[in-house]
Design a protein around this ligand. Structure first.
Ligand code: DAH
Length: 340
């Protein structure tokens, strides 16, 4: 029995010297002092020791147990300290190291222009609405005086989800919704995404438009020009002039293209205005009587003007961007140059 006790002590001391972490230490402790541990087993085996030897042997085993408990306690404390030290080392941060500055994002130029346009027109009393991007044929074409066999349907290459449902080609579809839902006076601005099968340096299959509509008694082309002049001065420069050129849109009569005098060269002629001194910015006109009638508005009592502009086009002109693709690539080096 004495030999067993000595062997166990030697074994314990040996293992304790090798233990490196608290998990291994705990397992070792269980091996000796756990319910199924070696020292516990030794205590249980006291039953087999002859009665006269029991006090002596019991004392020795108890001594071993006390010694084990003390040693394990000390080892636990030591390993706890070592592990704490290791953690400190691992989690150490160098507060003197140079910092990594956070990247500051910017508002996309398209959004900047859109917000600016909304501000300008809201300032003139326009209400802002957004409509659905999937339109039905009626709102996208027919109600805008472009029935099925109308040649003007070919002015825009349309994406169709089905024969009845195109992706909206102009935000003009929102005019119809506005006139169906509200009685004049109407003053509404409708920003939104539109889709056309068109793709080059100045066209993209998906782009944004802003549609304006005013309907009231006695609205004339002068109101249109006056409103758009305010817009052009605010968005480009105080010095720009506007001019109206005759054009054609099925939903307006008369229809016009609105040009602004070149804000780059002041009208003398440069690369931006292709030497003409004028830059085309949007389409507009007086709302066609038929469109008013389609929406249940009496064209003998009310008149209106409408306009539609491409937001990317305005952004490209305003910021001197020569390829529309840049507005969709989201290259941070490009986007960083725009600040509110
Ligand atoms: N819908 C036209 C386009 O997408 C723009 C437009 C022209 C809108 C004249 C209008 C308008 O409201 O009156 O090219």
């Amino acid at each position: 029995m004495q030999q067993k006790i000595d062997e166990l002590r030697a074994q314990m001391n040996d293992s304790l010297a090798k233990v490196r972490d608290s998990k291994a230490l705990y397992e070792l402790k269980m091996q000796f002092l756990g319910r199924a541990g070696a020292i516990t087993a030794l205590l249980k085996s006291m039953r087999d020791v002859p009665a006269e030897e029991r006090p002596e042997v019991g004392k020795k085993i108890n001594e071993l147990r006390n010694e084990a408990e003390t040693k394990f306690e000390a080892a636990e404390e030591e390993i706890k300290q070592i592990e704490l030290q290791r953690r400190y080392e691992k989690e150490k941060i160098d507060v003197t190291a140079p910092g990594r500055s956070a990247q500051v994002g910017g508002v996309h130029p398209n959004t900047l222009v859109k917000n600016e346009l909304i501000d300008i027109f809201a300032g003139m009393g326009f209400e802002i609405f957004e409509g659905p991007e999937i339109e039905n044929d009626y709102y996208n074409f027919t109600a805008l005086n472009t029935p099925k066999d109308h040649p003007a349907r070919d002015m825009q290459d349309t994406f169709y989800l089905s024969e009845e449902y195109p992706l909206r080609t102009p935000t003009s579809a929102g005019q119809i919704r506005a006139m169906e839902n509200t009685k004049p006076p109407i003053k509404t601005l409708r920003p939104g995404t539109v889709f056309r099968s068109d793709d080059d340096a100045t066209h993209s299959p998906m782009f944004s438009q802003m549609e304006g509509l005013v309907v009231d008694k006695g609205i004339t082309l002068c109101d249109l020009q006056g409103s758009l002049e305010v817009f052009a001065k605010k968005i480009f420069s105080d010095n720009v002039k506007t001019r109206l050129r005759p054009s054609y849109f099925p939903f307006t009569e008369p229809s016009v293209e609105v040009d602004v005098s070149c804000f780059e060269c002041g009208g003398k002629g440069c690369r931006l205005c292709k030497g003409t001194g004028w830059i085309e910015v949007l389409g507009a006109g007086m709302v066609n009587r038929r469109v008013l009638e389609n929406c249940g508005i009496d064209p003998d009592e009310y008149t209106g003007f409408a306009f539609g502009m491409g937001i990317e086009r305005i952004a490209m002109l305003k910021y001197g961007i020569n390829n529309m693709k840049m507005l969709f690539e989201n290259d941070v080096r490009f986007l960083k140059q725009f600040k509110d």
